[in-house]
Structures are given as structure tokens and as C-alpha cells.
Design a protein around this ligand. Structure first.
Ligand code: CA
Length: 457
């Protein structure tokens, strides 16, 4: 496939539009109903949440593109993962003195015009991702409307439906500032024609009470009926808080994972999402063996996060990114994954569809879930993607690697060996340096690969 890059410079900032010129048919994720969700767009290839990254994720054949949404001081909805601007922009350089007492620069304290002056930077320096020395690139924080405009345009020119997967971030924090982010997001979605269950959109949020409000009050008032996804945090995260006796306390999600909790949810929720470590422990054992099948029996999909190909991000039981995908898609039985490497995941599913089904998991792997493999229709061989999906990791790693990764093509399904239960000494845990608790700390430049966040939706 031949990609051409059109660079348009206009009024001080660069809009880089990636257009896939197709010498081969457009390729899309496939393998039954399994889907690929581009986590923060094509964030593993071209930084998170910017318009070129969205175009790239679309061109790579992602089924859904994720947008994290927060609001500005002047009530605009922008695509930004954190409520703060520090981690991914040069805000501290441009607007010194505008941080709050906690030292962070909140998007809620800046107008859209101010935020548009900022330039994005790769949040994981020296990680092997897009070069963080991109000062001339000048990518900007997109608004939600800009992103939808781009996606609707590409839908027309590429003649396909492109799924979107917006997340309403921290309604409690916005409410503290007098802002109703859910209403603002729904109005924009309606403006761009996302109104019904048949539309290719999942609307996600960590806040169970807010999702109930969206379903019971907001969507009926706007004559909308979108598919909703309940994200499940661990109880130490900051995603959802409520004011109790004058103090902001974390939401307790324990009730949701029970069958009765899932049944309650299923009355108005189309699916659930959670960190993959909430489903499988470090040894590859299922922590809640019945959770996925329970959700399916109640008509809900399961979309865990976040799948990354860097060696530091692979759990000990997965020898490669492809082994990890094989395990979750076809053994744990999830319906889709959020991944920074949407192109690799799309290619994996295409190869998986074209290949014969792997052999039955041997008895020695009794810790693996015995979930049925999705039926597969024979597919023609996939057209190669423009992005190399099997290149060796260029990043030198100082962290111990649990299982040597063969330089051979990674795409070959690793049939019967699903999780690599590693008898060797356990590797050092991946530091959760940029977890939800401290998302915006500038990571020190490391000589080797910088640690990537783990539990960070
Ligand atoms: Ca998210």
C-alpha cells in the first residue's frame, strides 16, 4: 500500500493530513466480530489525540477511534486524556504561573484560544515511539468537533463507517467547576449525527451514576439512544469520586463484577471495559473466569485496555504482542481491545482469520480459560499494511524480558502455547510512573526506554 503525506501549512500551525492512497483495497480489522479500538488514536505511532493520528488510525483499518474528552474554561470540548495539559503539551513553557496549587495546569483554566497555542509532545520520551524532538511539527490539541469533522469526511471519501469511542472524563471534576460535560458531549454527538443504537459509536465513562443519568435523563431529553460502555476502575483510581461528608472519596466498583451487578448494568449498558490486569493475573490465570461469559450471556461486550507492544508493557505470560492478543481475543474471549498499536492489532486479526484455527490448548495449560474460539469465516490473505508490523523493537531495554522475543515474524499465531507461563524468575514489575495518580508528571529523560503507563485508560 502506498501512503502519501500531504502537509498543509496554514497560519502558524501545521495540519498534517495523512491520506491512504489505496493501491490495494482498504483493509479492516476482522476475525469474527473481534474489533480493534485505536486507544487515543494511533498513539503508538504518532502521539496521542491529534488529527493526523486519527487519520492514521483510520487508514490502518481500526474499527473504532477513541476520544478522551475534557472541557475548557470557555466550555469547549477538547480531545485530551488528562484533565491537565502538562503531560502532552508545552503549557508550562508558554503559560508559567498558570498552574494550580497542586502544580498542574488544568484545561478547565484555559480558553480554547490559549490551548490552541500549545504544541503536543510525545509523552513517553525515549520510548521508541514518535520522536519527542518534534518541535517543528506543531501538532495541536484538537476539539471534539474537529475530530468528528475529520472522521465524517473520511467516512465519505473512504466509503465506510468509522466507529468512534468517546470517553467522558471525570464528570465529578467538571461538575465541581459548574460544567455539565455529559450534556455538552451529547449535544455535539447529536450535531454530527450520532443518535441511535445502530450508529457506530460506544460512549464510555467510568462514572456509573453519570452513565445512569445519561441513559435515564439526558439521552431521552435529546431523543438519543447510544450504546454505553461502563468502564471499571480499581478502587484506588481517581476516575470517579463523590462528595461524602464534605470529602471527595473514590467510587467503589466491587458490586459491578458480580453477576447481579452485571445484570443491573445490562439493563442500560452495552458493554464493560477494564484494565486487562483485572481479568488476568501476572501468571496468566483468569481472575474472574466467569466475568466475560456472564457479560456475554447478558448481551454485553467486553473491551479491556490497554494493549501495547513494547517489551516493558507485555505481561510475563505473553512472549510477544501477538501472543498477548491471541490470548485475550481467543482464550479470554474478549470482543475487542483498546490498543496503542491499532495497525499491529488489525494485521494480527487479518492474519488470524486467514490462518487455520490453532490447536486445542493442552491440558498442561489448565489455567487458561476454556472459552470457545470464535467461528471464523475463511478470509482472503490480508493486504499488507503500510506500517511495518513486525519490525524489531528499536528501543534498547534495560528491563529483564520474561521470554525472549524471536526476531521472526510476530504475526504467526502461537497456537497451543497460549500464555507463556514463565518458570524463570519474575521480571521486575513495570513501574506505573504515569498512572492515573500522577498522569502529568514530566518523565525524566531516561537513557533507555522510558516506562509506559500501565493502568491508564
Ligand atoms: Ca480513555
Amino acid at each position: 500500500m502506498d501512503y502519501k503525506i500531504l502537509i498543509i501549512k496554514s497560519s502558524g500551525w501545521i495540519f498534517l493530513l495523512l491520506t491512504a492512497l489505496l493501491t490495494a483495497p482498504v483493509v479492516f480489522a476482522q476475525a469474527g466480530d473481534k474489533i480493534v479500538i485505536a486507544h487515543r488514536a494511533a498513539s503508538g505511532y504518532l502521539m496521542e489525540h491529534n488529527l493526523p493520528s486519527v487519520a492514521l488510525a483510520v487508514a490502518m483499518g481500526s474499527d473504532y477511534i477513541e476520544q478522551d474528552l475534557v472541557m475548557t474554561k470557555d466550555d469547549q470540548v477538547i480531545v485530551l486524556h488528562d484533565p491537565t495539559l502538562d503531560r502532552v503539551t508545552n503549557v508550562a513553557e508558554l503559560f508559567p504561573g498558570r498552574a494550580r496549587q497542586d502544580g498542574k495546569f488544568y484545561a478547565l483554566d484555559f480558553t480554547l484560544a490559549e490551548i490552541k497555542q500549545l504544541h503536543l509532545k510525545e509523552p513517553y520520551p525515549n520510548s521508541g515511539r514518535f520522536p519527542d524532538t518534534n518541535t517543528n511539527l506543531q501538532l495541536a490539541v484538537p476539539t471534539f468537533k474537529e475530530e468528528l469533522e475529520l472522521i465524517r469526511g473520511l467516512e465519505k471519501t473512504m466509503r465506510k463507517d468509522i466507529g468512534i469511542y468517546p470517553e467522558i472524563k471525570q464528570p465529578w471534576l467538571h461538575r465541581k467547576e459548574g460544567k455539565d460535560i455529559s450534556m455538552a458531549v451529547l449535544k455535539i454527538l447529536r450535531e454530527y449525527g450520532f443518535t441511535g443504537k445502530e450508529d457506530k459509536i460506544y460512549l464510555q465513562c467510568f462514572d456509573p451514576d453519570e452513565l445512569k443519568r445519561i441513559h435515564d435523563e439526558l439521552m431521552p431529553a435529546l431523543q438519543m439512544e447510544l450504546k454505553l460502555i461502563q468502564l471499571i476502575d480499581d478502587n484506588n483510581g481517581n476516575e470517579t469520586k463523590s462528595l461524602q461528608w464534605g470529602e471527595w472519596v473514590n467510587y467503589n466498583y466491587d458490586w459491578i463484577s458480580s453477576k447481579s451487578g452485571l445484570r443491573t448494568l445490562s439493563a442500560y449498558i452495552s458493554g464493560i471495559g477494564m484494565d486487562k490486569s483485572m481479568l488476568v493475573d501476572e501468571a496468566g490465570n483468569l481472575l474472574r473466569p466467569e466475568l466475560v461469559s456472564d457479560a456475554h450471556s447478558l448481551g454485553m461486550v467486553v473491551h479491556p485496555y490497554t494493549f501495547r507492544r513494547e517489551k516493558e508493557s507485555l505481561p510475563p505470560y505473553a512472549a510477544s504482542f501477538e501472543a498477548l492478543l491471541e490470548f485475550f481475543y481467543f482464550k479470554v474471549g474478549v470482543d475487542g481491545v483498546f490498543t496503542d498499536y491499532c495497525g499491529d492489532a488489525v494485521f494480527f486479526l487479518q492474519k488470524r482469520s486467514a490462518a487455520p484455527a490453532p490447536a486445542t490448548v493442552p491440558a498442561s495449560s489448565e489455567t487458561l480459560p476454556a472459552q470457545p474460539t470464535a467461528p471464523e469465516a475463511p478470509q482472503p490473505p490480508a493486504a499488507p499494511l503500510a506500517v511495518p508490523v513486525s519490525r524489531p523493537d528499536l528501543t534498547p531495554s534495560s528491563a529483564p524480558v520474561p521470554v525472549a522475543e524471536p526476531p521472526a515474524p510476530m504475526i504467526t499465531p502461537e497456537p497451543a502455547q497460549a500464555p507463556t507461563l514463565d518458570p524463570a524468575p519474575a521480571p521486575a514489575p513495570v513501574p506505573e510512573a504515569a498512572g492515573e495518580a500522577a498522569p502529568d508528571r514530566v518523565q525524566p529523560a531516561a537513557p533507555a526506554s522510558a516506562p509506559l503507563e500501565v493502568k491508564y485508560q
